[in-house]
Design a protein around this ligand. Structure first.
Ligand code: ADP
Ligand code: MG
Length: 580
């Protein structure tokens, strides 16, 4: 095969451009990205090797090697992972297949238009392989896929195209050689990525927990010693090569809780989940008994932009006695906790279990139930003990809990009881969040229902004609500003025996709150205006179901209300939107 030149896909080109010209300060993260790709590739070959031993070609000493070379100002990162063939190289390093990266591009473009450099976004999205172009003028990838004979060389200077040609490679896996930009090598460099000690500290900082050894050769200078081990005076120094493993590989979750500093959890989380922010919440539990496991769970500080899109992959990592089994296992947590990140390590998991079998595993179900319980317990405690923090949580993930309640109508799960006391709403009283329990506590004695109003913001609801009367009577109204709010209460129906009632639907049922005088007056007005009402009804025809004299208006002359049984206005709008 002759050497081929290919153009990068337009979007890749754009990404590379932004990457190279961004004044991103934290360029060193490229190393973390390349190491994590190497580790992923080893996971893959390990996993496939479980059922296909031949694939490993007798080499199951997994390792990642860093080779800095000051003379050629290059840094090479090698692994004996799965490797890539020609198609893989073109697909993985030539296009942006992942919608996550596409979304990143859009965000970055927006940030730039807004005058922002977008530098924080790179860390947030973890753009992976391409980040190496922030420090390199040329990248050369040599790879041979496990089980295949032919190796390939991919090369690019990020000028819009890359080349591919056949080459030789004895060991399976991938070697990525970065030809560093002048700022990143030599003694005067801003940051010298050919310096072994610099690289060692970066690995410690970002990749200490990587579960395969990350090795590097150190040149050690020492004085020659005599037979008794005493240094020989005046003999000068000799140089010796020494391969060292840079990462501890000690999984954090296996340590005692009391020995772990908060920063260690933060770094571990940031490392494993490529987040540039510290987690909002950390939960580390060791459980022993009928079932044994350790879990380490996190709530990210911010909900990912695609949390509710189908391309978001929820799930936890699974380990058995510290050995990685799989990523994104969805069967542990209920859908409404899809934002939780983390891992579970249990000796009860079998190492080479398939996803299908895992789903039916009794252990997994049991652990899942326990995790759900402890997360709910944590949230309830947070709500009671640290309201400010809970409101921060609510702002990010409240929607998930509401969808959880709404979804129970379809999944037949019992989320309502679990979640109803965790809901927060703003109300007509103050611009402050309250729970349903608090709403009920505020209710006047003769109020029988929980009133809510739906709208796009507070002002829209405040201007509803129906609000006047309720405000006048001092009745608090829950503000539903999120589409899903109304769906959730439709499923709940009532709280503490009090039905939910939309203020724009049917009779408000304020009889007991309303004075008998007002009622009488309304009846009188209806009687004396019978003809007028009849006229209006005839004129409007089937545009309305009924016309009534109402005591619910103060300064407005008329208002439209939804039928008692029919959907409310807001829901009609949602239906109209989804049907389009
Ligand atoms: P991500 O790791 O999030 O998928 P990257 O941009 O880091 O995104 O990598 C893109 C793809 O390139 C990976 O998904 C993988 O298929 C492939 N890849 C990158 N590095 C390696 C490697 N060292 N060995 C095998 N495949 C790799
Ligand atoms: Mg990656």
């Amino acid at each position: 095969m002759a050497k081929e030149t290919h153009q990068f896909q337009a979007e890749t080109k754009k990404l590379l451009d932004l990457m190279i010209h961004s004044i991103y300060t934290n360029r060193e993260i490229f190393l973390r990205e390349l190491i994590s790709n190497a580790s992923d590739a080893i996971d893959k070959v390990h996993f496939e090797g479980l059922t296909n031993k031949d694939l490993l070609e007798g080499d199951d000493q997994y390792e990642i090697f860093l080779v800095p070379d000051a003379d050629s100002h290059t840094l090479t990162i090698s692994d004996n992972g799965l490797g890539m063939n020609k198609d893989d190289l073109m697909e993985n390093l030539g296009t942006i297949a992942k919608s996550g990266t596409k979304a990143f591009l859009e965000k970055l473009q927006q940030a730039k238009e807004g005058g922002d450099t977008g530098k924080d976004l790179i860390g947030q999205f973890g753009v992976g392989f391409y980040s190496a172009f922030m420090v390199s003028e040329k990248i050369t990838v040599v790879s041979r896929k496990a089980g295949e004979k032919q190796a390939y060389k991919w090369e690019s200077t990020a000028d819009g195209s890359y080349t591919i040609e056949e080459c030789e490679k004895e060991k399976r896996g991938t070697s990525i050689t970065l030809t560093l930009l002048p700022e990143f090598y030599g003694d005067k460099a801003e940051e010298n990525f050919t310096d072994t000690y610099k690289l060692q500290s970066l690995v410690k900082k970002y990749s200490d927990y990587v579960r395969y050894p990350i090795k590097m050769n150190f040149v050690v200078e020492e004085q020659p010693k005599d037979a008794d081990g005493k240094p020989i005076e005046g003999a000068g120094t000799i140089k010796r090569n020494e391969v060292r493993t840079l990462n501890s590989m000690q999984p954090l979750w296996a340590k005692n809780k009391s020995e772990i500093k908060p920063e260690e959890y933060d770094e571990f989380y940031q490392n494993l989940f490529h987040d540039w922010e510290r987690p909002m919440e950390v939960m580390h539990n060791k459980v022993e008994g009928t079932i044994e496991y350790t879990s380490l769970l996190f709530f990210p500080e911010h909900a990912p932009y695609n949390l509710y899109h189908s391309d978001y992959e929820p799930g936890l990592q699974l380990y058995s006695r510290h050995v990685f089994i799989m990523d994104k296992c969805k069967d542990l947590l209920p859908e409404y906790l899809r934002f939780v990140k983390g891992l579970v390590d249990s000796p009860d998991f079998s190492l080479n279990i398939s996803r299908e079998l895992l789903q039916q595993s009794r252990e997994l179900k049991l652990i899942g139930k326990n995790l759900e319980k402890s997360i709910l317990r944590q949230l309830n405690t947070m709500l009671k003990k640290d309201r400010e923090k809970y409101e921060k949580f609510w702002a990010q993930y409240g929607k998930s809990l509401k969808i959880g309640i709404y979804g129970s109508a379809y999944t037949g799960t019992d989320t309502v009881d679990k979640l109803k006391d965790l809901l927060l709403f703003t109300t007509s009283k103050e611009d402050k969040l309250i729970t349903l329990k608090e709403y009920v506590e505020h209710m006047p004695e003769n109020q029988k229902k929980i009133y809510y109003a739906t709208g796009k913001d507070r002002a829209a609801i405040d201007s509803l004609p129906q609000m006047e009367l309720l405000r006048d009577k001092g009745i608090e109204v829950l503000y539903f500003l999120d589409n899903v709010d109304e769906f959730a209460v439709e499923v709940m129906r009532e709280y503490d025996g009090k039905p939910f009632h939309s203020i724009s639907r049917g009779d408000l049922g304020l009889d007991d709150v309303e004075s008998q005088e007002v009622k009488k007056e309304t009846e009188n007005i209806t009687k004396t205006n019978e003809d007028l009402i009849k006229d209006i009804k005839e004129t409007l025809g089937d545009k309305v179901a009924d016309v009534k004299i109402s005591s619910r208006l103060k300064s407005s002359a008329v208002c439209l209300v939804a039928d008692e049984q029919g959907p409310s206005f807001a829901m009609e709008q949602v239906f109209a939107e989804t049907n389009n």
